[in-house]
Design a protein around this ligand. Structure first.
Ligand SMILES: Nc1ncnc2c1ncn2[C@@H]1O[C@H](COP(=O)(O)OP(=O)(O)OP(=O)(O)O)[C@@H](O)[C@H]1O
Length: 242
């Protein structure tokens, strides 16, 4: 469902993503781990067609994001790192509007809004203005917009960032459930999320994949600890400066 080959992004002399290849199949949740500045968001922005790659290929459900971006984007639900929300709209009017943007109308639009409100546990706040919501509900509203067209592919940039421990747990469970019949790529700094939500994970460092495997395989590579593996294969800011 997601097929990325030899993806590269240069910002002037800086190589933010360096010849990166990976695939995500239906029913798979791929965790995208790495330290700050590793290239996670840049990769996601290219995979979602938000900005172009310097080199490489991206296919979403067999459709090239480079040659046929409009069609490829229809297959994707995207939760960006800082998702825009219209503060004075209510949750349901915002979601209705997003559904319209996705080409839904009439009963299909109502069903889509009802479905994502239920999936993301937004019933209690559906009639509330977005600027009056707690961070957790605001976050789930962003997640709901990414699901409105029931996409086959879901790309989530740090979906649990800034949530309290209970909310993190809920979102991880939700990601795992969504991954049962979609291909999900999600980035995180939180190593516990690999075991809680992922069927597989890659660790990225300075734009390159430095480890790839199931949670158990990665733990074994780290001598029983994902933290140890992460520490071994990634570069700290102090090491990079040296
Ligand atoms: N528009 C840009 N212009 C120049 N450099 C950029 C730009 N966007 C990102 N970079 C650089 O590319 C590298 C990768 O950044 P990116 O945001 O993809 O990392 P990340 O893994 O998502 O980090 P974080 O976990 O902190 O969000 C960083 O060195 C960053 O400074």
């Amino acid at each position: 469902m997601i097929d990325v080959q030899n993806l590269t992004k240069r910002f002037g002399p800086k190589v933010a993503v360096d010849d990166l290849s990976f695939t995500v199949k239906k029913g798979e949740v791929l965790g995208f781990l790495g330290p700050n500045g590793a290239g996670k968001s840049t990769t996601m922005r290219m995979v979602t067609g938000f900005f172009p790659a310097s080199a490489g290929s991206i296919e979403i459900c067999g459709i090239s994001m480079i040659d046929n971006p409009e069609e490829a984007k229809r297959k994707i639900g995207y939760l960006p790192e800082s998702a825009p929300l219209y503060q004075d709209m209510t949750v349901s009017s915002f979601l209705k509007w997003i559904a319209e943007m996705r080409g839904l109308s009439g009963t299909a639009r109502k069903e889509a809004v009802d479905r994502v409100i239920e999936t993301c546990f937004l019933e209690q706040v559906a009639k509330q203005a977005i600027d009056t919501l707690s961070k957790g509900y605001r976050h789930r509203t962003c997640l709901a917009q990414s699901l409105i067209h029931d996409p086959e592919v879901l790309i989530l940039d740090e979906p649990t960032d800034g949530l309290d421990p209970n909310q993190k747990q809920e979102v991880r469970k939700l990601i795992k459930k969504l991954g049962e019949d979609k291909a999900v790529l999600f980035s995180t700094h939180i190593l516990e999320e690999v075991e809680a939500a992922c069927s597989r994970a890659v660790i990225v460092d300075r734009g390159k994949i430095v480890a790839d495997g199931t949670p158990d395989e990665l733990k074994t590579k780290g001598g029983g600890s994902l933290y140890d593996l992460f520490h071994q294969v990634t570069t700290t800011d102090a090491q990079a400066a040296a």
